[in-house]
Design a binder for this molecule. Structure first.
Ligand code: ADP
Ligand code: ZN
Length: 678
């Protein structure tokens, strides 16, 4: 009898495809194979044995000469797909890393580069040693450890030592280090290159196609032992993964919001669990979620209490801006001047790209908005254009107001980093400045200039808050500490605290004591107070308390539905329909039956009481904060799940939405454990 297998293909659908296996071919689960698909040929992964038999099926054409993927990666991919409601085929794409393509099969040989290294062995200080010992005492099974410690306390050094120990003692062991930002990967790579002779690769979207292919192959063959990557590195076909590290675990960049929606920090924990290996979360400002798990005894806690080498924490000064119209207060100006005179560096932090926040007509009050989105356009002086930060819309700044035709009536309102730079140069001429933001192409080069002390003042957005280590930096100025509090976001307070703490932590990391000047309209707020008094833990206590009261995560789970469509009335109607449908299913006992085949509840026409009634709360629908985006109207529904363990909701959600029979013009995006709420 002909064997039949189900193959996963890199297509955006939730389905496997059955193929027959030629008599004398050896095909096992996890193999990469070439199969005919319509008129095309595709590379897929043999996912499982099929029990189908009689249908006439096409044959697998060829088995690719690569090691097959490990069974646990299949388990993991399926888990991720189910939990996040991602079509399973999308995961084939990330597993194959965009490297396996039919026309490139003969290029699938990797060149193993000799890596240049010099062995420097750092001596851990006593505190680091204790942390190290605690972590390495149990590297043999699943555990989650928070490596907690002030910015600059030497956490990176600790987890690198753990990594070194592991790859030395366990044959061919692989360690994955996840970082939130591509810029940070090359810095870490350089740092590790100087310290260990182990084979090391990067994995992120910034690699050239050739490097990408080579790195993927080296990882798949097990040649590489230390993998430093961004989110998608979670899905690589490791041969012998033994440890995962998530650095800056609090960073919301771990949440992928486009394409497939998932949180790499959370999924990393799942991967560790499936692989039965340890995971280390590292941060000076852990997620509230993590703090909660430590309190509940689910995670281990390892703490470094002092900055490395006796560097002190910076002094934090708060400047009340309520009656101050300047962008740079007198206090901050003095600070900058003195610091620059001492030949030290200043960092000014403002989380706003571009030059001016918006352009407004002084005559008619019209504010220039995006033609595709309900947001104002941001003026970028360097590009000399008005840009939408949400879609790719661009507009030239004209002389006239397009609304009232008024001449020379347009004025630039608000400050972005480009304007701040002009202001700084005006106040302190002859200083060398540099901007670091996501608009910059060569961030690496700018960071290099900063390290070579060719820059006095660094001006940047939240990118500069993350993980950087600038020895000469002794003054950090926060231009507007209140910006991120304005987001309609349940985590606004937590995120603001983390962001400010992290930016502050860039100051005075070495010998010289650092200073931080925080400009705010809310000097009395608990966030600012906690920051100033260096009382992180009491801030967390208060925040946890308020989450408990509001029955919000980490005490409950959320799933957001974003309903989009070109027609406003139809979109709103669809959103109402979804809510009505789900509510009736939740309230009626006989509204559904259990389908053992699919393992889900299937809705029937409504009547009676269910298990879920008290477990799920529906909030909305309401127009999204940005209610028109990319030419589509948007409504949001939030499901709050009170029983955190009930993971079956996702399975049923698909069914529920299907049951609404929505018009094909309406799209519903499901965001499990949402991080942003726009
Ligand atoms: P964190 O990750 O906690 O922010 P790092 O590991 O980056 O801290 O350490 C801060 C600085 O101290 C870095 O420049 C690092 O090279 C240095 N450092 C940390 N531990 C050691 C050590 N054991 N020996 C020498 N230098 C160290
Ligand atoms: Zn737009």
């Amino acid at each position: 009898m002909t064997r039949i297998v189900d193959v996963l293909l890199p297509l955006p659908i939730d389905q496997l495809f059955s193929y027959a296996v030629e008599e004398n071919t050896e095909i096992s689960i996890g193999d990469y194979v070439v199969v005919p698909f319509g008129k095309k040929r595709l590379i897929g992964i043999v996912w499982k044995c099929s029990n189908k038999s009689d249908r006439k099926l096409k044959f697998i054409e060829q088995k690719i000469n690569l090691s097959s993927i490990r069974p646990k990666l299949i388990t993991f991919a399926e888990w991720v797909a189910q939990y996040n409601l991602i079509p399973i085929g999308m995961l084939a794409k990330v597993i194959m890393g965009g490297v396996l393509k039919v026309n490139l099969i003969d290029k699938l040989v990797c060149v193993e580069k000799k890596q240049e290294t010099s062995e420097i062995n750092y001596q851990l200080n006593p505190e680091q040693q204790v942390a190290f010992d605690k972590i390495v005492s149990n590297l043999n099974e699943y555990s989650v450890t928070l490596l907690d410690g002030e910015t600059g306390s030497g956490k990176t050094e600790v987890y690198l030592s753990v990594t070194a120990k592991l790859v030395e003692t366990v044959n061919n062991a692989q360690t994955l280090i996840l970082l939130p930002e591509i810029v940070l990967t090359s810095q870490l790579v350089n740092r590790i290159r100087g310290q260990t002779s182990r084979n090391l690769v990067e994995w992120h979207s910034g690699l050239t196609q050739k490097t990408r292919r080579n790195n993927w192959l080296n990882i798949a063959n097990g040649n590489m032992q230390i993998i430093i990557g961004a989110r998608s590195a979670l899905f690589l076909p490791y041969r012998n993964l033994k440890l995962i590290i998530v650095d800056e675990e609090h960073d919301s960049s771990f949440k992928q919001e486009q394409g497939i929606i998932y949180n790499a920090r959370d999924m990393a924990i799942i991967l560790a669990k499936i692989e039965n290996i340890p995971i280390i979360l590292s941060s000076a400002t852990p997620l509230l979620e993590t703090v909660y798990h430590i309190k509940s005894g689910n995670y281990n806690h390892v703490k470094l209490n002092k900055r490395f080498g006796g560097a002190e924490l910076p002094l934090i000064k708060v400047v009340d801006m309520r009656n101050n119209k300047q962008w740079i207060s007198n206090e901050l100006f003095k600070g900058i001047k003195q610091t620059v005179e001492k030949k030290q560096q200043v960092m000014l932090f403002l989380n706003r790209r571009g030059y001016a926040q918006l352009v407004v007509c002084k005559k008619c009050g019209y504010k220039i908005t995006c033609s595709n989105c309900a947001v104002w356009l941001v003026y970028h002086k360097k590009k000399n254009a008005l840009l939408c930060h949400h879609c790719s819309y661009q507009l030239k700044l004209s002389e006239k107001c397009s609304n009232c035709q008024g001449e020379q009536s347009l004025s630039l309102y608000g400050v972005g980093i480009e304007r701040l730079l002009e202001e700084a140069v005006k106040l302190i001429p002859n200083t060398k400045t540099a901007i670091i933001s996501s608009d910059q192409k060569s961030v690496d080069r700018i960071i290099d200039l900063v390290l070579k002390e060719e820059v006095n003042i660094i001006i940047g957005t939240q990118i500069i808050a993350k993980g950087h280590n600038f020895p000469k930096l002794t003054l950090v100025g926060v231009i507007n500490a209140d910006l991120s509090l304005k987001n309609a976001d349940l985590r606004a307070a937590e995120k603001t605290y983390q962001l400010l703490h992290q930016v502050a932590g860039r100051s005075g990391r070495f010998n010289e004591k650092g200073m931080v000047i925080v400009q705010t309209d809310n000097p009395e707020s608990s966030i600012i107070k906690a920051l100033q008094r260096q009382r992180r833990d009491s801030f967390y206590e208060i925040e946890l308390e308020s989450r408990l009261e509001a029955k919000m995560p980490p005490f409950t789970r959320l799933i957001a539905l974003i309903i989009c469509g070109k027609n406003q009335v139809a979109t709103q109607k669809a959103a109402n329909e979804i809510v009505k449908n789900i509510s009736s299913l939740l309230c009626d006992p006989n509204s559904r039956h259990w389908d053992p085949e699919q393992n889900v509840w299937i809705p029937e026409s409504c009547t009676g009481m269910t298990l879920y009634r008290k477990e799920i709360e529906i909030l909305g629908p309401s127009p999204a904060a940005i209610n028109f985006l990319n030419n589509k109207y948007r409504y949001r529904v939030l499901l709050k799940i009170h029983n955190k363990r009930s993971l079956s909701v996702q399975k049923e959600l698909k069914c529920w939405i299907k049951n609404c029979n929505l018009n094909s013009n309406i799209t519903v995006t499901i965001d499990v454990d949402p991080v942003s709420f726009f």
